[in-house]
Write a protein that binds this ligand. Structure first.
Ligand code: ADP
Ligand code: ASP
Ligand code: MG
Length: 626
């Protein structure tokens, strides 16, 4: 007997018929001999409707009252689902997040789970009930209701599964939704997107964080941290969906497994930032303290002692970001400007760590579509580009700038973004089956026998382990002193430059690691990338030749005296404290940061080579890594 946690999303409980269908699935699992927990979202578009209702009354509703309001959606669903199960002849009990003791911090609208008390759940399961739990909600230490952020019911489901696993249960978690599983990209946008059999935790984490709305990214953090097996599957069929599992060798046989589009970000640019230690820390720690997760950060190398820093934040954080930065901008003598509507397109794949030419292929596909890249950042297993939406593609804002979950892409007209996504999907042949897929899934499923234990003493110690369960997990600091950097400045801002450059580099068999491109002034971009030090002379020659053919003004310079420092873990980008600690520790030592890359599994910075060892040691200290 295992414990099966089944999560049903909004569309899967949108009306009575669907609620009954979900109830039948839960009952079937029970009849198969399992203990069953069901986590449900609000019905259909209830959460969107509640947000709209609030905006009829206030343009700036307070976050506390919004949580009070939004949590009601899930409360309706749990009662209806429990009624449906009872109607079909099984014992069921519905419980809210506060009732079972899901304790969060007090960041209303995007609270993080601190701990989960499993005692009430265990009691209800032991007495043979199917437990129906409200997703998306908890209470803070003041007993105020909080919510976990849009799409947060996935996180409730996986977090509860993780907590019960710690309490000794053999847990499996199924995420029932309106698609057959995780696709290579959003099947609503790319018709030949393919359902994957399996994807690694890290790949899914990056995909989710880069816009693949099928899973809430924080739920994958829990799954990875607590080793919870997850399957995403269709609520309206019995077909197997997609396993989200630890990385297996076969997953690296292809460089790219999926692509994602995000169209709810704003891009801000800080010009004239003094290029000295501690400045990035000042900027990003202020944002981190305001709980704003910064996405793409591109810091230009800078000339005349001044640098340009561009970054993106989610639209709903835009105003708060501008407000937070305003005193700092004044103090630094910098200026803050905004770019128009943008879309972000990303590719993800564990195999790209070791394969050359991935960026080149992406840029070439975009160049063929005449899509101009406004910003580029890379991570260990992902590359993201920001593209400008055409004027006609300008979006009308959702009320109050709230991200609306089911907002229809067609009507939101992320025209260039969708075009880019299709081009990339086809360039990487993502509709073709993934090599070796399925091999490792079978082994993975041979899991140990159930370990059900509900002894009170075990429970107490398990609960203790769950303290701070969503705290950041930094697993390592890695220094790479074998890289060099090439910077091309004054690149004219038009499509095709990156494609031409990286085609030449890839044809020479040179592996490019980090790439950062930023707009430095009207019509001008700056591009920096790192290559192995032994490849520097060849890469620099290619870059210089290419720069000249692009524009006589444009020059490429090489710098062999750099080191790349990575902090590895899970949820590195969305846990705002990581960047703060990293930049803070480096600033305290007076170590200047020349390039920054962010992703969910790794934060990377380029620093002076001479300070590499010292910087790695101080970060190990800061993150308490032995
Ligand atoms: P739920 O309400 O069940 O949580 P969501 O709307 O949050 O459902 O997630 C399912 C939707 O995610 C799908 O309808 C699909 O359009 C979208 N989606 C985006 N990217 C992907 C992807 N890579 N694979 C599958 N679905 C995706
Ligand atoms: N009902 C919440 C939302 O719409 C949570 C969820 O569906 O996961 O965002
Ligand atoms: Mg969802």
């Amino acid at each position: 007997m295992a414990l099966v946690v089944q999560k049903f999303g909004g569309s899967s409980v949108k009306n009575a018929a669907r609620v009954l269908e979900a109830a039948r699935k839960a009952i079937r699992a029970k009849h198969d001999g399992h203990q069953v927990m069901v986590v449900v979202s609000a019905q259909g578009s209830t959460t969107d409707d509640l947000i709209a209702k609030a905006h009829e009354i206030s343009t700036t509703p307070s976050a506390r009252e919004m949580d009070m309001l939004l949590a009601t959606g899930e409360q309706i669903s749990i009662a209806l689902t429990a009624l449906a199960i009872q109607e079909l002849g099984e014992k069921a009990i519905s419980l809210t997040g506060p009732q079972i003791g899901i304790v969060t911090d007090s960041t209303h609208r995007k609270a993080r789970i601190k701990k989960i008390d499993t005692s009430r759940l265990v009691e209800a399961l032991t007495t043979g009930h199917i437990v129906v739990l409200a997703g998306f909600q908890g209470t803070d230490e003041l007993d105020d209701i909080t919510t976990l952020g849009r799409g947060g019911s996935d996180t409730t489901a996986v977090a509860v599964a993780a907590a019960l696993k710690q309490a000794g249960y053999d847990v499996q978690c199924e995420i029932f939704t309106d698609v057959d599983g995780v696709y290579t990209t959003d099947p609503r946008i790319v018709a030949d997107a393919r359902k994957m059999d399996a994807i690694s935790y890290d790949e899914m984490l990056e995909m989710a964080s880069m816009g693949a709305g099928v899973m809430h990214s924080r739920s994958i953090e829990f799954a990875k941290k607590f080793d919870v097996p997850l399957m995403v599957r269709n609520a309206q069929s019995d077909a197997l969906g997609t396993w989200i599992v630890p990385e297996a060798d076969w997953m690296t046989e292809i460089p790219v497994c999926g692509a994602a589009l995000a169209y709810d970000e704003s891009r801000l640019i800080l010009d004239g930032v003094p290029d000295r230690p501690g400045v990035s820390h000042k900027i990003f720690s202020a944002l981190a303290s305001a709980n704003i997760a910064v996405d793409m950060i591109a810091q230009s190398v800078g000339s005349g002692g001044k640098a340009t820093i561009g970054f993106t934040v989610i639209n709903s954080d835009r105003e708060k970001t501008i407000k937070t930065l305003s005193p700092i901008v004044t103090e630094l003598g910098a200026t803050l400007r905004e770019m128009g509507k943008v879309s972000k397109v990303s590719i993800v794949g564990a195999g790209m760590r070791t394969v050359s030419g991935v960026a080149e292929k992406m840029f070439r596909a975009l160049s063929a579509e005449k899509i101009n890249l406004k910003m580029i950042t890379t991570g260990d297993i992902k590359i993201s580009v920001l593209i400008e939406e055409d004027e006609v593609a300008e979006d009308t804002k959702d009320p109050g700038g709230e991200p609306i979950k089911k907002a229809h892409l067609e009507s939101r007209k992320a025209v260039r973004g969708r075009q880019a996504l299709r081009a990339i999907h086809s360039a990487f042949g993502l509709s073709q089956p993934r090599k070796g897929a399925g091999k490792a899934v079978g082994d993975f499923l041979k899991r140990p026998a159930p370990l059900v234990s509900t002894a009170p003493s075990d429970r107490a110690s398990a609960v203790a382990k769950l303290e701070g369960m969503e705290d950041i997990l930094v697993s390592g600091v890695h220094l790479n002193s074998d890289q060099s950097r090439i910077t091309i400045s004054d690149l004219p801002d038009r499509p095709g430059n990156c494609a031409a450059l990286f085609t030449a580099i890839a044809e020479a068999g040179i592996l490019v690691d980090m790439i950062v491109q930023n707009m430095t002034g009207p019509g001008k971009a700056e591009l920096s990338f790192t290559v192995p030090r032994e490849s520097l002379p060849r890469a620099l020659k290619l870059a210089q030749d290419m720069a000249k053919t692009i524009d006589p003004q444009c020059a490429a310079v090489g710098d062999a005296e750099i080191a790349v420092l990575y902090v590895l873990g899970v949820g590195m980008r969305s846990h705002t404290g990581v960047a703060k600690t990293m930049f803070g520790a480096l600033a305290d030592r007076g170590i200047n940061i020349a390039m920054i890359n962010t992703s969910e599994v790794c934060l990377g910075v380029v620093i002076d080579k001479a300070r590499g060892e010292e910087a790695a040691a101080c970060l190990k200290d800061a993150f308490e890594i032995g």
